[in-house]
Design a protein around this ligand. Structure first.
Ligand SMILES: C[S@@+](CC[C@H](N)C(=O)[O-])C[C@H]1O[C@@H](n2cnc3c(N)ncnc32)[C@H](O)[C@@H]1O
Length: 184
């Protein structure tokens, strides 16, 4: 797990800063991923890559301070739901939604991302870890509507070719589109 956390901390740094000693983040034992916020320009890049529009519902699994969901509502006119296990993050996310004046378009819920309902999403955003993406993948493919876009900051999804990729400030973001399910 320590190696994965280091991978996330390193991925959070622009390439030019990756030779410096990374800041260490502590996080409660029950969390699968430490809190490392996505920089604002990368948030905007993720939402643009997913082509978010005002009829979208953006679900951020592990929403941190809510910046992805708040930006989706404020700058793209979407609705959004963020799930996070850490109550401090949920409190910050609600405060940020109020500051941005989008509290009627967004919800933040304290819940384990592995139990979060995702079926109503048209866009799912992730900044997790490779092993967490891998564990989530079967649910993404079986519970999301075909056509739903999944965007991940820094981390790939095993054995699922992204439809698009982009580099922003030295970070790679990936976008997949949920395919039609095979008829049984
Ligand atoms: C790397 S941060 C990403 C925050 C935000 N999505 C962003 O991109 O700025 C990961 C977040 O996932 C949350 N988290 C970790 N494990 C979780 C779990 N099992 N269920 C829900 N949230 C979790 C952490 O509290 C943290 O806020």
């Amino acid at each position: 797990m320590k190696g994965l956390v280091l991978a996330l901390v390193l991925a959070a740094l622009p390439v030019t800063a990756q030779t410096a000693t990374p800041k260490t983040y502590s996080y409660p034992e029950n969390l699968d991923v430490p809190y490392v916020p996505t920089p604002q320009e990368v948030v905007t890049g993720m939402l643009k890559l997913a082509d978010v529009k005002n009829d979208d519902t953006v679900v951020d699994l592990g929403c941190g301070d809510g910046r992805i969901v708040v930006t989706a509502a404020k700058d793209f006119g979407a609705r959004g739901i963020g799930y996070d296990l850490n109550p401090e993050r949920i409190k910050e996310a609600n405060e940020n939604a109020s500051k941005a004046g989008v509290e009627k378009r967004v919800k933040f819920i304290e819940k384990n991302l592995f139990d979060a309902p995702i079926a109503e999403a048209s866009v799912v955003t992730l900044y997790l870890l490779p092993g967490v993406n891998e564990k989530l993948k079967p649910r993404l493919l079986s519970e999301l509507k075909p056509g739903t876009r999944v965007v991940s900051h820094s981390f790939m999804m095993p054995d699922w070719e992204p439809a698009q990729k982009a580099d922003i400030d030295g970070r790679t973001i990936y976008m997949w589109v949920v395919p039609k399910r095979e008829a049984k």
